[in-house]
Design a binder for this molecule. Structure first.
Ligand SMILES: NC(=O)c1ccc[n+]([C@@H]2O[C@H](COP(=O)([O-])OP(=O)(O)OC[C@H]3O[C@@H](n4cnc5c(N)ncnc54)[C@H](O)[C@@H]3O)[C@@H](O)[C@H]2O)c1
Length: 425
C-alpha cells in the first residue's frame, strides 16, 4: 500500500519506518523543513538507537521517502502533537494537518489519526477539513488509532503492544485494523471512534490519579509520623491492592497532559481527575519547601539536583518535575546544578560530572531514580559538598549508608524533623 505519514516526530518517524519494513511504500512529511531536509540526506534527529537503525534502514532501502509535500496516497497516518495550554487542548496542529491531507486525499482513502485527542475530536476535525475541501467524510475510511508506546522501548512497543482501532463505521475500523495488522504483532481491538479516543485518555488519567493517591498518602504519612513506603509495601500484600510509588511530581509528554482532555471537556464530572492533577502539580512545591527547612535560602546557597529526565532510565525531560523544582529553587534565591548524563536536551545547561554538580552544595536532591545513580558513593559526595544533606524523593538510596557518612537525610513520605527545625523547637 502507498501510505503517507504526516508528522515525523517521536511517534511518526518510527511508525513510518515500521510500515516501510512491513513492505509498504511510505512517504513521510513534516512541516519542519530542516527536519525534512536532514532526513532526506540521512541526518536524523536525536532518537533511541533502535528507532535510528530502523529509520536509516528504511531510508536506505528506498521504502521510506521523505517528501516536501503531502502526496496522493491510499492511506494517511497523522501523528501530530496535541499539547495543552493552561489546561486546554490545542488541536491546531491536528487541524492544520487534516486540512492539508483533505486537500489531496481522494475518495476511498484511509485517514487515521494517531494523536491523542479529546473524545469526539477525530470526526469533528476530519469532517470539517474534508468539508472545507469540498469533500464528504462518508467517501473516506476514517479511524483513530491511539499510540501507547513508552519512551525507551518505542520500536518494540510499536510492534508488540495491543492496539485499539476506533472506526467512524464498523467497516472503517476493520479496514484500518487490517492495515495495522500488517506491522503490529499485538492484539488489535476494534471499536467506535469515541471509545478509542476515550480509552487513550482514560489510560493516562488512570496513572495520574493513582500516582496522586500515592503522593497524597506520602504527605499524610509524614504528618502522621509513619513511613509511607512501608505502608504501601504492606498494603500491596493484599491481593487486590496495587498502590503506586510517590515522587516529586508527574512528568512526560502524556500523563500530566491527557487528563486535561477530559476535565476540559466536562469540568463538572471530573472532580477527582482535576484534584489528582493539583496534587501531582503541588509535589515540586513540597520538595522545595523541605529544602527551605533544611537550607536557609541565603545568598550563595547551592542545591544539587540528580536527574533531569521525567522518569528512570530515559533521556526524555519533557514536563519533568526537575524543571519545576529547579525553577522554584532559583526563584527562591538558591543556585542550582543539575546532573543527568542521559539527558541531552534541557531548558538550561546540565553539569558534565557528578563532582562538579555536588561541589560546595548545601543539599542534594534525588529526583530521577536512574539505575546508574545506584553506584554513587555517599562518602565521595560528602567530601565535596559544603553541607552533606540528602533529599530523596524516590526512596532510591540506602539512607543508613548516607547517614553513616554524615548526611542529614529526608526521604519523601517518611517522618522528618531537620536539625534546623529541631533546634528551633
Ligand atoms: N511521544 C510519546 O511517547 C507518545 C506516546 C503516546 C502517544 N503520543 C501522542 O502522539 C502524538 C504525537 O506525539 P509525538 O511525541 O510524536 O510529537 P512530536 O512533537 O515528537 O512530533 C510531531 C511532529 O509533527 C510535526 N507537525 C506539526 N504540525 C504539522 C503539520 N501541520 N503537518 C505536518 N507535520 C506537522 C512537528 O513538526 C513534529 O515533528 C501526540 O498526540 C502525543 O500525545 C506520544
Amino acid at each position: 500500500m502507498n501510505i503517507a505519514v504526516i508528522g515525523l516526530g517521536y511517534i511518526g518517524l518510527p511508525t513510518a519506518a515500521l510500515l516501510a519494513a512491513s513492505g509498504h511504500r511510505v512517504y513521510g512529511y513534516d512541516v519542519n523543513a530542516p527536519l525534512r531536509h536532514g532526513l532526506q540526506h540521512g541526518h536524523l534527529p536525536e532518537m533511541e538507537p533502535p528507532v535510528r537503525d530502523a529509520v536509516l534502514g528504511a531510508l536506505r532501502d528506498g521504502h521510506l521517502h521523505v517528501l516536501d509535500r503531502i502526496p496522493n496516497a491510499q492511506a494517511y497516518v497523522m501523528c501530530l502533537p496535541t499539547p495543552t495550554h493552561e489546561g486546554k487542548p490545542d488541536l491546531r496542529y491536528v487541524e492544520a494537518a487534516a486540512a492539508a491531507v483533505a486537500a489531496v486525499a481522494e475518495p476511498g482513502a484511509i485517514l487515521v489519526l494517531e494523536s491523542t485527542v479529546p473524545p469526539g475530536a477525530t470526526e469533528r476535525v476530519i469532517e470539517g477539513a474534508l468539508a472545507a475541501a469540498g469533500k464528504q467524510i462518508g467517501d473516506f475510511h476514517v479511524a483513530h488509532c491511539p499510540e501507547r508506546v513508552i519512551p525507551g522501548a518505542i520500536m518494540t512497543e510499536l510492534r508488540t503492544n495491543a492496539r485499539v482501532v476506533g472506526g467512524r463505521t464498523p467497516q472503517d475500523a476493520r479496514i484500518v485494523r487490517d492495515l495495522y495488522a500488517s506491522f503490529c504483532e499485538g492484539p488489535i481491538s476494534v471499536t467506535s471512534l469515541a471509545v478509542a479516543e476515550f480509552v487513550k485518555v482514560v489510560e493516562n488519567t488512570f496513572r495520574d490519579v493513582n500516582i496522586a493517591f500515592a503522593n497524597e498518602l506520602a504527605i499524610f504519612a509524614e504528618e502522621l509520623g509513619v513511613d509511607v513506603w512501608e505502608t504501601i509495601e504492606l498494603a500491596n500484600h493484599h491481593p487486590r491492592v496495587n498502590i503506586l510509588a510517590p515522587g516529586p511530581g508527574v512528568g512526560g509528554h502524556c500523563i500530566p497532559v491527557d487528563p486535561h482532555f477530559l476535565s476540559d471537556a466536562n469540568p463538572f464530572v471530573t472532580e477527582l481527575i482535576q484534584s489528582a492533577r493539583r496534587v501531582n502539580d503541588r509535589m515540586p512545591y513540597r520538595i522545595v519547601r523541605r529544602i527551605a527547612e533544611l537550607v536557609d535560602p541565603g545568598r550563595g546557597r547551592k542545591i544539587a539536583l540528580l536527574g533531569a529526565a521525567y522518569k528512570a532510565d530515559v533521556s526524555d525531560a519533557r514536563e519533568s518535575p526537575t524543571v519545576r523544582v529547579d525553577t522554584l529553587l532559583r526563584e527562591r534565591g538558591y543556585s542550582t546544578a543539575i546532573y543527568d548524563p542521559l539527558v541531552e536536551r534541557f531548558h538550561r545547561p546540565l553539569c558534565g560530572t557528578l563532582e562538579e554538580t555536588v561541589s560546595d552544595a548545601d543539599a542534594l536532591i534525588l529526583l530521577t531514580p536512574h539505575t546508574l545513580f545506584a553506584t554513587i558513593r555517599p562518602e565521595a559526595v560528602a567530601s565535596l559538598m559544603r553541607t552533606p544533606r540528602l533529599v530523596d524523593t524516590r526512596k532510591f538510596f540506602d539512607t543508613a549508608d548516607w547517614q553513616r557518612c554524615g548526611f542529614e537525610c529526608y526521604v519523601l513520605g517518611r517522618p522528618f524533623k531537620s536539625v534546623a527545625v529541631r533546634a528551633v523547637a
